[in-house]
Design a protein around this ligand. Structure first.
Ligand code: ADP
Ligand code: MG
Length: 229
């Protein structure tokens, strides 16, 4: 039986206007991601990695091409529908952690639950408890982001990404603001989420050593895919 790819891109292009110039974000990207795969998107700065991740994350729309998420064509869906997919199916981790400063670790992790009317709150809190223990953050749950180390903040962000139990984790340079030890730890976590929990992981990085730990690689150069394996 043929599996439905968890993500499929056909001829996807995204351009930006910079003054009166049209700049390539990504150009003509074709890509299939199967459930449970771990991909690293690699390329120099400006090669289109973040643009691609924003498109996959439904945070932006392409001017050309088609994007399918779990077999659903998502390009032309209305904003509420996209927000629903983002919340249900995708978990995001960014370089800058993106935690709210005057909000505890616990509340930061539970934020997506506020936006998800389909999720049982008690159920979500139960999951949050498990995840805080799993990530070794239970004793730190009442701390504010500025009372946590970078590695701890990124683990809170990981819990937040997992709180709605998405199938796909999108991580844009998640180790970029961490020292090498905390970076390696975050990488270990992503690997375990992939191996033990079957999450599909898409990691953007320009660190080739980290990228090597992924099972599949997509190389970008000037917005175009130059290699896939
Ligand atoms: N919001 C934007 N407005 C204009 N140009 C952009 C914008 N975001 C990205 N770009 C341009 O698109 C290209 C790809 O950028 P990006 O996707 O951020 O690359 P990467 O993440 O690999 O560094 C670059 O030339 C960049 O300058
Ligand atoms: Mg980037």
């Amino acid at each position: 039986m043929k599996r439905t790819p968890v993500l499929a891109l056909e001829g996807v292009s995204k351009f930006y206007h910079q003054g009166d110039q049209l700049v390539v974000g990504v150009k003509d990207v074709n890509w299939l991601v199967q459930p449970g795969e771990f991909w690293a998107v690699v390329g120099a700065s400006g090669s289109g990695k973040s643009t691609l991740l924003h498109l996959l994350g439904l945070l932006d729309r392409p001017q050309r091409g088609k994007i399918y998420l779990d077999g659903w064509r998502v390009n032309y869906q209305r904003e509420e529908r996209l927000a629903y997919y983002r919340n249900q199916k995708l978990g995001f981790v960014f370089q800058q952690f993106n935690l709210l400063p005057r909000t505890s670790a616990w509340e930061n992790a539970l934020l997506p639950v506020w936006y998800n009317p389909h999720l049982d709150r008690r159920q979500a809190e139960k999951r949050a408890r498990k995840l805080f223990h799993y990530f070794g953050l239970w004793p730190r749950r009442r701390h504010f982001p500025n009372q946590l180390s970078g590695g701890e903040q990124q683990r809170v962000a990981l819990i937040r990404a997992l709180i709605c139990d998405p199938r796909i984790i999108l991580a844009d340079e998640p180790t970029g603001n961490l020292d090498s030890r905390s970076g390696a730890e975050v990488m270990d976590h992503l690997e375990r989420l992939n191996r033990e929990f079957g999450k599909t992981v898409i990691l953007v990085t320009h660190n080739s050593q980290l990228a090597r730990r992924a099972g599949h690689h997509l190389w970008l150069e000037d917005g175009q895919v130059i290699k896939k394996e």
